[in-house]
Design a protein around this ligand. Structure first.
Ligand code: FAD
Length: 626
């Protein structure tokens, strides 16, 4: 397809100024840009995006680049600092670097959190933040996506279930169920039911527990990826003369020439690649600067602007404009270890995932099938479509749960222990606002963990003949940081997850793995002679050995970094208020998943869209008629 005329590559093509300037053209950023340019035909919107625009949807998708690893043209790949509590292992974590952001590079698993996850945002924040509870965000989930009901033939073949009441939007962000499932999906589906886990009809409507079918963020029929670069830019741009997109440019910082109260600030931007600070140029917004550069880059823009943890900024030689220690703190992500096994009795399901690697004819047919219309075969599947979600009360004994909750309360109510969990120093562990915020988070999570319908563990499936399954820790208690690189503040940030720095995360992992091991007692696993290869009974029976196993096996990022510019009151270490305005500033908002105060118990793209939709609604209400 031709590149639309509004794609801009050089500053000379820009208008003299814009009403709204959005820094980062990813999942949430383009959602906001689309809605603002639609609502205000007489106002101009500019998006500044680091990456390029890709007009071959699918070119970094299957079959060419299926389940890619490492960096590529459309994504950054980072290694975190070593995690001392995890045998000093580093996390590998990617971020979309393209128009569409991570929605153009992700695994397309398109679930939403439980209603309790969003209610927890409101609870941690307090009364002012109530509009972000489940009832407040649910309409924006519905608006954010067009769900395509599967045809009866697929429903019959795979048993897909859904509840159309959870959807209802007409936005060209599409979700659907693929025509294909691996044959051995049904093995684990049987196993979960034998363990007493119930099949849920729909998990996107706030009640998320049990065995869930999860749609993929893709077009039905063609099975091509649906992402914000298409649905919130390419698909809508023909009718918008007020929506510009500047690609291959990096937002460096915002500047308040006349002080914080006379915003909006100026945005300073430079081309990519660039090694000269003289390449920097200014962009002027009449209404607002809106930051949506993702959980790693949003805090770097703020920190380079002098908005962030004061002591750290001074050590970086940056004049402090605003002391907001929450900028770049509160980093969360999902981690997980799991169980492994081999089948010892004949296991004849075909096809299973390893057939793509081992069976050349099957692989060739799968590639051909993906390119047909309608598409068929395993490459229509992206990351998969099913998972179980289980709460602590449904997996552990009452005494294990109450001991865990007791220890969370102890951490929250004793300042020395709360402080010892956070990063050390005056910006974090000895900062009263950061302590107050973390204490609230712990107490809120303890309440949530006690609820039988609030899952703490996700395990996606299918299996394969040599099986392994992971237990995602949906609500971690450890908190990390993102900081600009002191030797080169314009380069990529330093990511310090600090996984396991709250030792109770190990207790959660231990509960999850012990629970998952019940698969070995099910008739279906016995039928196939499933033999456990990890962790094994001896290890699993010992807290100490199981902890070592977890350290060894754990995956340290499921690619869901978030929460680094949290929506919380300032006295709780928050960066933005309930209207997503940066505390103490004028004309500056953050609208991406950095604003989550607590990570949700789900993959994060659907929530990124919903945050973008709700942010746009707030901004439109404020500027209507002005
Ligand atoms: C490999 C991978 C797999 C994933 N799998 C899934 C999945 O299966 N399901 C799911 O729901 N979620 C998944 N996620 C997570 C999900 O996609 C993201 O959490 C979500 O899309 C983030 O949205 P965002 O708007 O906050 O940021 P992004 O969509 O990442 O947008 C940020 C944008 O800002 C741009 N940018 C950054 N810095 C600058 C700068 N200084 N100047 C200008 N532009 C800048 C980036 O290039 C990017 O386009 C995955 C993510 C990755 C990376």
């Amino acid at each position: 397809e031709p590149v639309p005329r509004n794609v801009i590559r050089s500053p000379s093509q820009l208008r003299p100024n814009y009403d709204f300037i959005i820094l980062g053209g990813g999942t949430s950023g383009l959602t906001v840009a689309d809605r603002l340019s639609e609502a205000f035909p007489a106002k101009t919107v500019l998006v500044v995006e680091y990456g390029d625009i890709e007009y071959a949807p699918g070119s970094f998708d299957p079959p060419v680049n299926w389940q890619q690893s490492g960096a590529s043209v459309n994504r950054w790949a980072f290694n975190s600092l070593p995690n001392p509590a995890m045998n000093n292992k580093t996390a590998f974590v990617a971020q979309g670097q393209v128009v569409g952001g991570s929605s153009a590079a992700n695994g397309q698993f398109f679930d939403r959190g439980s209603r309790h996850d969003y209610d927890a945002w409101a609870e941690v924040g307090g009364d002012e933040f109530r509009k972000w509870n489940w009832n407040g965000i649910y309409p924006f989930f519905k608006k954010s996506v067009t769900f395509h009901e599967p045809p009866p033939s697929l429903v019959k073949q795979h048993g897909y279930t859904w509840d159309i009441a959870a959807y209802g939007g007409t936005t060209p962000i599409h979700s659907s169920f693929p025509p294909f499932q691996w044959a051995d999906t049904w093995v684990l589906r049987d196993v979960w039911q034998e363990m007493g886990i119930k099949i849920a009809k729909e998990c996107a409507g706030g009640n998320k527990q049990g065995i869930c079918w999860v749609p993929t963020s893709q077009q039905p029929v063609t099975a091509r990826r649906s992402h914000s670069g298409l649905g919130h830019y390419a698909d809508v741009i023909a009718s918008r003369s007020n929506y510009d997109l500047l690609v291959r440019h990096q937002a460096i910082r915002v500047v308040y020439p006349k002080g914080l109260k006379s915003g909006p600030p100026i945005a300073q931007v430079r081309p990519v690649p660039s090694s000269f600070s003289s390449d920097l140029f200014n962009l002027t917004a009449k209404a607002e600067i809106i930051i949506s550069a993702g959980a790693f880059h949003t805090p770097t823009i703020l920190q380079r602007s002098g908005i962030g943890p004061a002591h750290f900024l001074r050590s970086a030689g940056i004049p402090v404009l605003l002391d907001l220690p929450g900028v770049g703190s509160n980093l969360q992500d999902h981690t997980g270890g799991g169980i492994r096994w081999n089948y010892t009795k004949p296991y004849s399901s075909f096809p299973i995932p390893s057939d793509l690697a081992n069976n050349a004819t099957f692989k060739a047919d799968s590639i051909a099938g993906f390119n047909e219309t309608p598409a068929r075969g395993p490459y229509t599947l992206a990351l998969g479509n099913e998972a179980i979600y289980v709460s602590l009360p449904r997996m552990t004994s009452k005494s294990t749960l109450s001991s865990l909750l007791h220890r969370i309360h102890q951490q929250a109510t004793s300042v020395p222990s709360t402080a010892a969990i956070l990063p050390p120093g005056p910006d974090y562990g000895s900062n009263p606002s950061m302590l107050a915020g973390y204490k609230s988070q712990l107490l809120t999570l303890a309440t949530q963990f006690a609820k039988p319908d609030s899952p703490t563990m996700e395990t996606p499936f299918a299996t394969s003949s040599d099986g392994s399954r992971l237990a995602f820790l949906l609500h971690p208690l450890s908190r990390g940081t993102v900081q600009i690189n002191l030797t080169n503040p314009l380069s990529q940030p330093i990511i310090d997850y600090r996984h396991g720095s709250n030792p109770l995360d190990f207790d959660l992992h231990i509960s999850h793995i012990r629970y998952l091991r019940q698969v070995f007692d099910t008739p279906t696993f016995k039928k196939y002679g499933a033999v456990e290869t990890g962790p094994g009974k001896e290890v699993a029976d010992s807290d100490a050995l199981l902890k070592e196993y977890i350290k060894q096996e754990i995956i340290l990022s499921f690619q869901h970094p978030c929460c680094t510019a949290a929506m919380l009151p300032k006295h709780k270490g928050g960066v933005v208020g309930p209207d997503l305005k940066v505390h103490g500033t004028r004309g500056l908002r953050v609208v991406d998943i950095s604003v989550m105060p607590l990570i949700v118990g789900s993959h994060t793209s659907a929530t990124a869209y919903a945050i973008g939709e709700k942010a746009a609604d707030l901004i439109i209400r404020e500027w209507k008629g002005r």
